[in-house]
Design a protein around this ligand. Structure first.
Ligand SMILES: CC(C)(COP(=O)(O)OP(=O)(O)OC[C@H]1O[C@@H](n2cnc3c(N)ncnc32)[C@H](O)[C@@H]1OP(=O)(O)O)[C@@H](O)C(=O)NCCC(=O)NCCS
Length: 125
């Protein structure tokens, strides 16, 4: 066990009327994983997980959009990456709705992964 727990840029718990329904994370993408948009790796990466009973109401979209606004403030100009199984239609739909664009697909954990990037402002040039 490390003496100091690993730090992450962001961890958000989402509650609905006082009940936890999901979480949104912002981590640094590990260099050894496939899928990067810069040579030094360590990109800010969005993750999300909601209880199935909370799906289909737009809660994840609302929470993730708020987290991305937070990233835009806390880490100005930093792109955010996202990786999800390509067969996870709900997740890919959410990513595209949030403004992520597909960069590439690759195999990891025995499945095709959808890897995308989001910019707080359109990249110049
Ligand atoms: C991925 C995940 C967060 C998506 O949840 P979700 O509820 O489908 O996502 P959204 O918040 O975008 O909601 C969209 C749905 O809400 C519906 N909706 C209802 N009212 C809405 C409203 N007022 N505003 C927006 N959407 C609304 C939309 O029509 C859509 O439903 P549909 O897909 O049946 O058409 C969820 O499936 C999940 O937690 N999965 C397990 C974890 C996981 O796979 N994580 C990915 C790895 S990073």
């Amino acid at each position: 066990m490390p003496a100091v727990p690993r730090r992450r840029p962001g961890l958000f718990v989402v509650d609905l009327d006082g009940t936890v329904i999901g979480m949104v994370t912002v981590n640094r993408r590990a260099p050894e994983r496939p899928g990067h948009i810069r040579p030094e790796a360590g990109e800010a990466e969005l993750g999300y997980m909601f209880l199935p009973e909370a799906w289909g109401h737009g809660y994840a979209a609302e929470a993730c959009a708020a987290a991305l606004r937070w990233v835009a403030d806390a880490l100005p100009g930093e792109p955010v990456v996202l990786c999800t199984q390509a067969v996870n239609n709900r997740s890919v739909r959410l990513a595209v709705k949030l403004g992520f664009t597909e960069v590439e697909r690759f195999e990891e954990y025995g499945a095709e992964q959808w890897f995308g990037v989001w910019f707080s402002e359109p990249p110049s040039g």
